[in-house]
Design a protein around this ligand. Structure first.
Ligand code: PMP
Length: 285
């Protein structure tokens, strides 16, 4: 039986109980993080910790023990025997348990803090062959920069894309491509990499940040500028990024084939460079 973390304790998953009055359950009043473990070390744990703290700050959820996040993540891996595996840690903090009302509990209650680890390898087929993604208007709120668990506006379009045979849905707002339901998107035109700027229209992806740094560090020009949806036919390459998939080439966007319909040259190069960067973080390297 795997062990999860709940409110300060590690317990077997089937012993973990959460009240039906939890505001995460009733209202989606809750934030989360997902971190990747590469069989011996986390990828950019400090980046994830900083984003978790930002999400807490922006939602005014107070978790006094937030300094323990890194330690709990490591312990989840060890307790579940995942030390040498490829795995992810999921971590969630809700505003806590209180009778249902919109107002914050007064006096404040302790947040509900939950985490689990599970084995999860990289989808090498998608990384090799690329995927098709579906473009649709962005139905989400105006604070996409917060990593909230209230994900129904991501889930419904994603399911529609999935039913149509696409691997991801990608959103358009005010005529520009913002991001995917659970990924950031990059385009290549000529020698330049384009991606939506960091603002309330997208989640600031940890993979996105690292891809930008790796690209710049290798002399690749990066423009943090949104791409207009009607410019997609003029893009040479595209790819999506996230913690679970790293860099996944995009070969089709709705009906539009991108480039040659196969993963592009710069995309391939960035996949290699990111992989080298990840491996260089291995303490046993
Ligand atoms: N955008 C959204 C909406 C996401 O849910 C995710 C996945 N967390 C990302 C972007 C990519 O973020 P990261 O690289 O930190 O996984």
């Amino acid at each position: 039986m795997d062990e999860v973390f709940l409110n300060g304790q590690f317990v077997p998953r089937d012993k973990a109980m959460i009240s039906p009055d939890d505001r995460g359950f009733l209202l989606g009043d809750s934030i989360y993080e997902v971190i990747r473990w590469y069989g011996g070390y986390f990828f950019d744990l400090s980046g994830h910790a900083a984003r978790l703290r930002r999400s807490l700050h922006e939602t005014r959820i107070i978790w006094d023990d937030d300094s323990k996040f890194e330690e709990i993540a490591g312990e989840l891996i060890q307790r579940n025997g995942l030390g040498t595996e490829c795995a992810i840690v999921y971590f969630q903090v809700t505003r806590g348990v209180a009778p249902r009302t919109h107002a914050f509990p007064d006096p404040p209650v302790k947040p509900t803090v939950y985490g689990f680890a599970r084995r999860q390898s990289i989808n090498t087929l998608a990384a090799e062959q690329g995927v098709g993604i579906w473009l649709t208007p962005d139905p989400r709120w105006n604070r996409c920069d917060i990593k909230t668990t209230a994900l129904i506006a991501n889930i419904l379009p994603y399911q529609e894309a999935h039913d149509r045979g696409f691997a991801e849905v990608c959103f358009v707002r005010n005529g520009v491509v913002t991001e995917g339901a659970h990924s950031n998107i990059f385009f290549v035109r000529g020698e330049t990499l384009y991606t939506h700027p960091e603002n309330n229209g997208i989640l600031s992806g940890i993979t996105r940040k690292n891809v930008i740094a790796v690209a710049k560090g290798n002399g690749i020009s990066v423009a943090e500028e949104a791409v207009a949806a009607d410019m997609i036919p003029y893009m040479n390459e595209a790819f999506i990024t996230n913690t679970t998939g790293e860099i996944v080439p995009v070969t089709r966007i709705s009906e539009q084939v991108i480039g040659e319909g196969t993963p592009g040259t710069l995309t391939r190069r960035l996949q290699r460079l990111l992989r080298e960067h990840i491996q260089s973080l291995d303490p046993n390297h």
